[in-house]
Write a protein that binds this ligand. Structure first.
Ligand SMILES: O=C(O)CCC(=O)C(=O)O
Ligand SMILES: [Fe+2]
Length: 272
């Protein structure tokens, strides 16, 4: 790895390698290079074989420090700018927990777009391996844009990227984020503020339902800017009689103090 500043053509190459659709063919006009550039280079510098191994072994992995403090703060500061969002959900109303979240409208802010389009091709092989091992008749395409086209063909056209806000006592019950028959089995969360400073409690919880046994809980403390990639609904595990499906759910434990903000990035779109 070199420390030189990436050139425009390098960014184009990295973006294309990440499967990103460029505006005006391959021209980078109209794109805020700085934000896209940072995210694409960060994606490229990650150890994707370690990440894939962890997804296979545990169903989740943390990538530290992916978003800068400035970017996290910009997203938090835009929480009240309702022109960005298509829908607000009060979690208690649906008994999803206690807190609020907002679904973004298309077009997504560029750093989120870069993350969704840039990370998908890096992890699609994990999803496809699970489908093969579990003999599920599904094969995910190699780029995010093809996956999105598939969602749209099935009537799943609404963006599922969301920003969540919890106050003291807030929590998110264990769930799986499925929004229609088309789903991608991995999703991501970025923590936008700092545990231990901005809030206490509010840990991210992922449970794993071990067949014919009790569930196992993984409790994760993410720092501001950390990205968590995790399975949406299950992972494949090798047992004595071959591979079997292990169901997984995620949620957030109650906050003891403060306010917690997170950004949720789901790859499939929703019916409504
Ligand atoms: O607030 C969180 O960390 C969890 C959010 C969540 O459930 C999601 O993004 O799917
Ligand atoms: Fe969720």
């Amino acid at each position: 790895m070199t420390n030189r500043k990436p050139l425009r053509k390098d960014i184009a190459r990295v973006a294309i390698a990440c499967g990103v659709r460029m505006k005006n063919g391959n021209q980078l006009k109209n794109i805020t290079l700085n934000k896209m550039e940072q995210i694409f280079s960060l994606i490229e510098t990650q150890d994707w074989s370690r990440i894939s191994r962890s997804l296979h072994e545990k169903g989740f992995v943390i990538i530290k420090n992916l978003f800068s403090t400035d970017l996290c703060e910009e997203l938090i500061n835009s929480y009240d700018n309702d022109t960005r969002y298509r829908k607000t959900i009060l979690m208690e109303r649906y008994r999803f927990g206690l807190g609020e979240y907002k679904y973004f409208k298309y077009p997504l802010p560029e750093p989120i777009l870069a993350l969704r389009e840039g990370i998908y091709p890096k992890i699609v092989s994990v999803a496809n391996r699970w489908m093969n091992e579990l003999k599920i008749n599904a094969a995910f395409p190699s780029t995010f844009n093809e996956m999105q086209r598939h969602c749209h063909e099935q009537g799943q056209t609404k963006p599922t990227v969301l920003i969540l806000k919890y106050h003291e006592g807030g929590f998110n019950t264990l769930h799986q984020d499925l929004y229609g028959t088309v789903y991608f089995p991995l999703q991501m969360v970025i923590m936008l503020n700092q545990i231990g400073k901005d809030y206490t409690g509010g840990e991210f919880v992922i449970t794993e339902q071990v067949p014919r046994a009790q569930s196992k809980a993984n409790v994760l403390q993410l720092n501001q800017g950390d990205l968590l990639i995790f399975t949406t609904n299950f992972r494949s595990v090798k047992g004595v009689k071959g591979f079997h499906k292990v169901n997984m759910k995620h949620g957030v434990s109650p906050l003891h103090t403060g306010q917690r903000y997170a950004l949720g990035i789901i790859f499939h779109d929703a019916l409504n």
